[in-house]
Design a protein. Structure first.
Length: 257
């Protein structure tokens, strides 16, 4: 792997890693991962994300209420989130969305909270990082209400081409994780080949979903390079071109220098 190339991990959870953030950042830089977005999924996470995004120049933050935690969302929480999105280093609202696979929060509550956070992102002019699992129809239904007014990406994409195409048509980008390196992910690799390079992002979702050849270990931002290699192969482009494209996509979507 050419360490001169630069990569961005657009979705990681630094506060969930077993290793210290300082170590994760150092290892990432050695691998060429020069920027990352760390994600807050519930109020308890948000101060940590704000701290990281103000401590490390290469780290930006995203704050939101994960659909698993939607049952905790109320007016008071929304007030804190609204204020926190204005903090230095916070570039997005996320991760937000719908998850009917586990349904840790009731479906109607998830939809309400997803919609309210999309409204907040619209008001704050922040892109969104969206989680969707077993909820494609309702996800698209809500995204359609914000087409042209909220930008963002579907993170850790593992859905169908139909979902990806509808999201692309609505102006949203697609982000791939280590799942694309898994042996049984042929369908996902086919989807990836159809995603335009100017709408594509790379992520780890660390500490989850470590890519091959690190399956079974705790994931970390440095390993986004393995996902990059597979995506470059699928699109039949050099790592240099993929690096340039994905860095440009990150800069444009998150409005960072």
């Amino acid at each position: 792997m050419d360490k001169k190339l630069e990569w961005t991990d657009v979705h990681t959870h630094l506060n969930m890693l077993d290793i210290a953030a300082e170590v994760a950042v150092e290892e990432a830089e050695l691998a060429g991962v020069t920027q990352m977005v760390t994600i807050g999924t519930e109020p308890e996470d948000w101060p940590k994300v704000i701290h990281f995004s103000n401590t490390f120049p290469q780290i930006k933050g995203a704050l939101g209420m994960h659909p698993h935690c939607a049952k905790l969302y109320n007016d008071e929480v929304e007030k804190v989130l609204k204020e926190s999105l204005d903090k230095a280093g916070i570039v997005a609202c996320g991760e937000i969305g719908l998850d009917y696979y586990y349904e840790y929060s009731e479906k109607e509550k998830q939809k309400e909270v997803f919609y309210r956070q999309m409204m907040l992102a619209k008001e704050k002019k922040r892109p969104v990082e969206i989680h969707t699992r077993s909820a494609e129809k309702d996800t698209i239904k809500i995204l359609k209400q914000f087409s042209g007014s909220v930008r963002g990406l579907l993170h850790c994409f593992s859905g169908t081409w139909s979902l990806a195409k509808e999201a692309l048509d609505l102006g949203f980008n697609i982000s791939f994780s280590g799942i694309i390196t898994f042996k049984k992910a042929d369908d996902l690799r086919e989807v990836c080949q159809k995603i335009p390079l100017d709408r594509l992002h790379l992520e780890t979702d660390a500490p989850y979903l470590a890519p091959a050849p690190h399956r079974g270990k705790q994931n970390k931002p440095a390993w986004v390079v393995h996902t990059a290699q597979v995506v470059a192969n699928l699109h039949k482009v050099s790592l240099s071109e993929l690096s340039e494209r994905t860095q440009d996509n990150y800069t444009k979507l998150f409005a960072v220098p």
